[in-house]
Design a protein around this ligand. Structure first.
Ligand code: AMP
Ligand code: GLY
Length: 425
């Protein structure tokens, strides 16, 4: 199979790393890709993941058997529809199905209709009405911009003052532009958060192993929110009992509701779940693999990724026996630029990747580039992910942190406490 992956971050590196292990692969292309992916696949660095014309041209030229779309904005913009119209098979939902991610209001509405457990909410386009709802509900409360806002459109407000400020920022100051034309206010849910990635063929949905992300920049879940500083899988708190409840009460009703609307969801459905005292509830849906969740879930997947994706496109996921490594854990520690998620320098030389390789870790690239002299340098906020597997979480962590120590760049920033929730039990 000739495969084209769209994207150039750590998630796409993990997808490419897994795809290249498939006996079905004959040629692997990634647009734009990154220096890590370039070691084993054809990268198209000039074709940006947001340049849909260039991507459509490339896909037409290559004629791949399968395109895998990584990033949310490409799905929201309808790249899957566009490629399908060219007769190209795509793993990734249509724009209408990806609406589960690009409109939080839509996701809430469909959950409510299908009786899926989620936080009670109100949605508003008018500031005064929203204010009145806030007065009625009081704090704590969660305020969200409706659209895609690079993961920054959500404020968890403990006090009324915080809530008033957040509401103003979204609705009056338009801090998130058009994404904030509509605002959602919802009940604060308490519990442990897990990321559940699932394969769906539009009718059947199968869960991957559950993962946990660490969104705050600093140890002990302090500091500003980031795109994710590290992940591990599996999550012991996500028990087989909870998995059965999630399947029956959340995943199957959502997949059925999307199919009944004539917009079946084919691709990776990512359910952000809160394990509350009243059972699992949905925080949000994403229409794609998580980043950095994919970096720990895909290494534990025993099936051939291309076989599973093809089964999804053929409506035959039911026939696939999805298997994950037993008695194994995977962790991915993110190495970020100094200052991230705020302003950060670029172009810092990176050393020690060969040493890390010899320690048995896998280094996924995210924000790296070659400079004019061909040296590997930093080029983004999240620079690298150091992934290791082990017989259990402590073993995987020990190995991953050896890899982290082997890699050097100025001001390297990372969390030392990935997995602390599970370790402290
Ligand atoms: P989202 O972009 O919807 O995933 O929200 C970002 C983060 O905000 C989530 O990962 C949660 O940690 C937090 N969050 C969102 N909604 C709620 C809620 N209703 N209750 C508690 N935390 C929430
Ligand atoms: N790690 C969270 C996300 O991919 O949205």
């Amino acid at each position: 199979m000739k495969v084209l992956i769209v994207g150039g971050g750590g998630r796409e590196h993990a997808l490419a790393w897994k795809a290249i292990q498939s006996p079905l692969i004959s040629e692997l292309h990634v647009a734009p890709g990154n220096p890590g992916i370039g070691r084993f696949a054809w990268c198209h660095p000039h074709v940006k993941a947001t340049d849909y014309d260039a991507l459509a041209d490339l896909a037409q030229k290559l004629h791949p058997d399968l395109v895998i779309i990584g990033p949310d904005d490409a799905l929201a913009a309808g790249l899957a529809d566009r490629l399908q119209a060219l007769g190209i098979r795509v793993f990734g939902p249509t724009q209408a199905a990806a609406r589960l991610e690009w409109s939080k209001d839509f996701a809430k509405e469909i959950m409510t209709k299908a009786g899926v457990p989620t936080a009670a909410y109100g949605s508003f386009t008018d500031y005064e009405t929203a204010r009145a709802y806030l007065e009625l509900q009081g704090a704590p409360i969660v305020i969200k911009a409706d659209g895609l806002a690079l993961g920054k459109g959500v404020s968890v407000c403990q006090t009324m003052a915080e809530a008033e400020e957040a509401l103003k920022a979204v609705m009056l100051d338009k801090a998130f532009g058009a994404a904030g034309a509509k605002v959602i206010m919802e009940e604060l849910m308490e519990g442990e958060e897990v990321s559940l990635l699932c394969f769906s063929d539009g009718r059947t949905i199968k869960q991957m192993v559950a993962a946990q992300d660490h969104k705050r920049a600093d140890d002990g879940d302090t500091g500003p929110n980031t795109g994710g500083m590290g992940t591990y899988a599996p999550v012991p708190a996500y028990t087989p009992d909870i998995a059965r409840t999630v399947q029956k009460r959340i995943l199957e009703p959502i997949i059925a509701a999307m199919a009944n609307r004539g917009t079946p969801f084919v691709g990776c459905l990512f359910a952000g779940l809160m394990l509350t005292a009243d059972g699992p509830k949905v925080v949000e849906f994403n229409a794609r693999f998580g980043d950095p969740e994919a970096q720990v879930v895909l290494p534990l997947l025993q099936n051939d990724l291309l076989e599973v994706m093809t089964a999804c496109l053929n409506g035959r996921l039911k026939e696939i026996d999805l298997r994950f490594r037993d008695n194994a854990a995977a962790v991915n520690i993110v190495l970020a630029s100094p200052g991230y998620p705020g302003a950060y320098p670029k172009g810092l030389p990176i050393d020690g990747l060969d040493e890390a390789d010899q320690l048995g870790v896998t280094v996924f690239h995210a924000g790296t580039a070659y400079d004019e002299e061909g040296m590997l340098v930093t080029s983004g906020g999240r620079v690298l992910g150091v992934m290791a597997m082990g017989a259990d979480l402590p073993a995987a962590l020990a190995r991953a942190y050896l890899g982290v120590d082997a890699i050097q760049f100025e001001g390297k920033q990372f969390r030392r406490d990935i997995g602390w929730r599970s370790l402290s039990k």
